[in-house]
Write a protein that binds this ligand. Sequence first.
Ligand SMILES: Cc1ncc(COP(=O)(O)O)c(C=O)c1O
Length: 360
Amino acid sequence: MTYERDNIRRMSAYQWGEQPDTDEVLKLNTNENPYPPSPEIGRALTSFNVNALRRYPQPTADRLRQLLAELHELREENIVITNGGDEALRLALTTFVEPGSAFGMAEPSYSLYSVLADIQGATTVALPLGEAWDIPRSFAAQLNEAGANLACIVNPHAPSGTLTDVDTISQLANDFNGVLLVDEAYVDFVDPALRYDLTRLVNAFDNLLILRTFSKGYSLAGLRLGYLLGSPGLINPILNKTRDSYNIDGISQCLGEAAVLDRAYAEDTWHKVRTSRRTLRDQLIEFGFRVAISQSNFLLAEVPLDFVMSAEEIYQTLKQSGILIRFFNNPLMEDKLRITVGTESQNRHLLACLEELLQP
Ligand SMILES: Cc1ncc(COP(=O)(O)O)c(C=O)c1O
């Protein structure tokens, strides 16, 4: 006997990365920022007025929306704050995808997308990416053909870290008949010299949503805070209809404000990650892995066929030595390992272990 809806009974659950409850493990598996959050977060937390918890929080997190509007040079009606980027994705599916209709994504990308589509009772149309993880030219046309009203792409791409340029995304938003959600969970780690900035398209397209999160760039994955940027026509139904009235608790609003006000601290961590990313990639290539150029805080290392160990064996052996990286057991990814960029000393430890185990 089951009381689940049919589609819930049939669907497979999302497989989250291992989250060991100890600092003994070197955790390079779920793309957290290796540096602690700003000291301002600690100060805001200790001075938080506990009596304020008696009341419901400000329903639409207005002060945080104001700060983010200033940061992105947009207006408050362009922003909705969510309980992590994951809630933003769920809300986009709930708001824009009819059960039984098509939802578009690229394959591979964040595996939660299709799980959320299953929950919504939608059919996932997953289109393969090109050799260099590039979005195929026919992407929009194929999704239009399938009748998709929402499509998610992730930029920089996960799990490869490669970046699609603004012009390509602009063309996609132009050609696609539905809502294009660009998941920018890792955008803070993009090299500023590339001048990548999609926020300037928000006022140009009424079908573009941009997802941001405090989890990675601001070292606040444990807080669960994210947001969507978009035209008022897309933000309004989420803000006022599909979202839970009090989806952002008072403490999260307060700490999110402190994080934005001390963005300079976070920027410094992004700079350090970018520097370490370069060294780590060079070393992995020296070991014989193929590694795409990443604009994110992780690298995707491809294990050549003639290597001393398979990707899964490397993952398992490192795990036994107390180092967690990510192995995805599916045909597209089974020769690859996704490695979060750690601090300099964490990366050195990983490389020393790898060197030892890869010795012939
Ligand atoms: C591509 C991508 N999008 C969105 C998220 C959601 O992050 P969060 O819910 O922590 O904001 C993640 C988390 O790992 C991710 O990898």
